[in-house]
Write a protein that binds this ligand. Structure first.
Ligand code: APR
Length: 228
């Protein structure tokens, strides 16, 4: 079975109603990212940061996977598919994809605020102040903030080196180390890029650019790949 590696960004969830980061003039749901997605923000105002992610989690739980998420799940009929996502939503999982690597964490789990390896399921949509991990520290969203390490990056890079086909969907490639992953894909591996505004990407070898939104471009490409 051929290996397909797919790197997704906020753009694949845009048509599920979840805002992207750089399409809304640098604000994320009206907040400056520096005020809610950094360890300093958590130190300075943990209640606001907790509330911000509770609101995001509520929106994620109310959102539904879209045709692009479902098309990627259908690829598993014929290929070994690994999705590497920068997204903190669980829409790939809810669409049926079985192997999803969350580079920036996943909002539906909580994590200890002193040991990021301790993560827990969340029942409902909020983490309350006073809810503690087994070490007695306040629980926070299991997401990677700016300035924090990206523990899954080496694993993701290794996955990219074994791709027979690589697909990039809905990412501006503005944030490293995620944006560097395409560099781990072999030169002669076919690379597809699906985005209504194709980002600049400097990689060796040819990139097939599909200037479409995800719900149009992804099902069309998946149909082609399932014919092969
Ligand atoms: N279909 C496909 N792509 C779309 C759609 C759509 N309907 N709408 C927007 N896009 C594209 C945009 O053109 C852009 O290239 O999705 C991309 C979104 O880019 P960003 O908002 O920068 O999101 P992303 O690349 O995922 O950001 C990476 O930055 O803020 C951090 O941790 C955060 O994971 C995030 C990371």
């Amino acid at each position: 079975m051929k290996n397909i590696v797919i790197l997704t960004g906020a753009g694949i969830s845009a048509e599920s109603g979840l805002k992207t980061f750089r399409d809304s003039d640098g604000l994320w749901e009206g907040y400056n990212i520096q005020d809610v997605a950094t360890p300093e923000a958590w130190e300075h105002n943990p209640v606001m940061v907790q509330q911000f992610y509770n609101e995001r989690r509520k929106t994620v739980l109310e959102a539904k996977p879209n045709a692009a998420h479902y098309a990627l799940a259908a690829l598993e009929e014929k290929y070994k598919v690994t999705i590497i996502t920068q997204n903190i939503d669980d829409l790939h999982e809810r669409a049926g994809s079985s192997t999803v690597v969350h580079l920036h964490g996943i909002i539906t789990r909580s994590q200890s605020s002193i040991n990021p390896e301790l993560t827990y399921p969340i029942d409902g949509w909020e983490i309350k102040m006073g809810e503690l991990c087994e070490l007695g520290s306040q629980l926070r969203a299991h997401v990677v903030w700016f300035g924090e390490p990206v523990p899954m990056i080496e694993h993701a890079a290794m996955i990219c080196t074994s791709a027979d086909i690589f697909i990039l969907i809905g990412s501006s490639l503005a944030v490293y180390p995620a944006a560097g992953l395409i560099g781990y894909v072999d030169r002669d591996v076919p690379k597809y890029l699906i985005d209504p505004n194709i980002p600049s990407v400097n990689v060796r070898g040819e990139v097939i650019k599909i200037r479409e939104k995800a719900t149009i471009g992804v099902p069309a490409l998946v149909n082609e790949l399932l014919k092969d």
